[in-house]
Ligand binder design. Structure first.
Ligand code: FAD
Length: 384
């Protein structure tokens, strides 16, 4: 789906567009035919991860020495965009990439060697477990505890809303290693869950949208994990590690939001041109034309802002405040534009067999996860 026939993102180039064509072929041949079945079963088949790995579509922006594609965030953006353009909301590549970045930027070489190549091949599927039933926005309130016993940690607690939760076999768990120290007593543990006694995946949660995405509860009951699961050189660095990766994950969400806006506008232009009302195409009504002209303008403004974030992220210069602006503003806009597009579809816009309806349901959570948009505004306001 070419978002714009005149404008071209400065971060793109012929090599990236060739890569995009390959991603599109993979998405069309290997993911799209299964999307409906995955929505019914509420999770992706792990085989799809291994196929994506074989084709070099996982960890595209990490070095080849770690099994990655040797590219930049531009490659990650292309994968995220192509999934959205195709209407795939089940394949949780974004979370996988975010965990890979925690590892790449904060792990020891030994830890990177242990996990990154297997993540790149799709053998390991990653999740990040921060949220708990009693603590989401206020992460300092988590109660999951990792207690050191010799060369092991004993992990106890429960997490909820964890994306990739059903399929994941590598979970980045946010836990308190020294509860009395608050944020400075919080650490990240990389937990390989296959066959781990005391680890249990709860039900796959029934959601409004993103139905093929396995969002789960996770339970840790006296789980003994090796001390080498601790991310980084010392305990207590968890919050700092989480903070440092915020621009990356917030930009990825904004990429998804802008791609969704572009797709929604394209779908609605097509629909209104073929739908007849009062003897002429719906598109010919002034309200339709103006609504879509406004939506197209907003898509373009969002694209230009996003592109500047992508370019700065590639250069390693994107700050958390700007990334928070991109996250809240593009996801709010995504919901606003898609709502207008649903309206222009009339009753068909309420029928789940229409892509715009699914996009409406998929969009809502974008304002809630990855840090609720109100949290984004708090972060921006603190900088004023
Ligand atoms: C589909 C889905 C996937 C998710 N995936 C993951 C995942 O992979 N890993 C993970 O750890 N978590 C995940 N989450 C959890 C998500 O990050 C949290 O839901 C989110 O951070 C909000 O936390 P909460 O639900 O506890 O809401 P609360 O913290 O209870 O907040 C509720 C609302 O209160 C308002 N609010 C909160 N704090 C403030 C404030 N300081 N100022 C003003 N208003 C405020 C906001 O409007 C917020 O939406 C996912 C959630 C969903 C729904």
């Amino acid at each position: 789906m070419p978002p714009d026939s005149i404008y071209r993102s400065a971060w793109s180039n012929p090599e990236i567009e060739t890569f995009r064509a390959g991603v599109r072929r993979f998405v069309t041949a290997e993911l799209l035919p299964h999307e409906e079945a995955w929505k019914t079963q509420q999770h992706v088949d792990p085989a799809a991860w291994r196929k994506a790995g074989e084709l070099g579509l996982l960890l595209t922006d990490l070095g080849e020495e770690w099994g990655g594609g040797g590219g930049t965030f531009a490659h990650e953006a292309v994968v995220a965009e192509e999934l959205v353009y195709a209407g795939i909301s089940s394949f949780g590549n974004a979370v996988h990439s975010i965990v890979a970045h925690y590892l790449h930027n904060h792990a020891t070489d030994e830890q990177r060697r242990r996990w990154l190549p297997r993540m790149a091949s799709g053998e390991l599927i990653a999740a990040i477990a921060m949220s708990e039933p009693g603590a989401g926005s206020d992460l300092q309130g988590i109660t999951t505890r990792a207690e050191r016993h010799g060369d092991h940690y004993v992990l106890n607690g429960s997490k909820t809303f964890i994306s990739n939760g059903y399929n994941a076999n590598l979970v980045c768990v946010v836990a308190k290693t020294e509860p009395a120290k608050g944020a400075r007593g919080t650490s990240l543990l990389m937990v390989e869950t296959a066959g781990l006694p005391g680890y249990r995946v709860g039900r796959i949660l029934e959601k409004l949208g993103q139905k093929g995405q396995d969002t789960c509860e996770l339970f840790f009951e006296d789980c003994r994990v090796p001390a080498s699961a601790l991310l980084g050189p010392a305990e207590g660095l968890g919050f700092a590690q989480l903070m440092q990766e915020l621009p990356y994950e917030r930009t990825l969400i904004a990429v998804q939001a802008v791609a969704a806006i572009e797709r929604a506008v394209g779908l609605t232009v097509d629909y209104t041109k073929q739908r007849k009302v009062f003897g002429k195409p719906l598109f010919d009504m002034q309200n339709t034309r103006f609504t879509l002209a406004e939506a197209r303008t907003m898509a373009h403004v969002a694209r230009v802002f996003l592109d500047s974030c992508i370019e700065r992220l590639i250069r390693g210069e994107l700050d958390t405040v700007t990334a928070s602006m991109a996250k809240w503003w593009t996801t709010d806009l995504q919901c606003q534009v898609i709502d207008e597009c649903v309206q222009l579809h009339g009753g068909y816009g309420y029928m789940l067999e229409y892509p715009i309806t699914q996009m409406y349901a998929d969009a809502r959570v974008q304002r809630i996860y990855g840090g609720a948009n109100e949290i984004m505004k708090e972060i921006i306001a603190r900088s004023l």
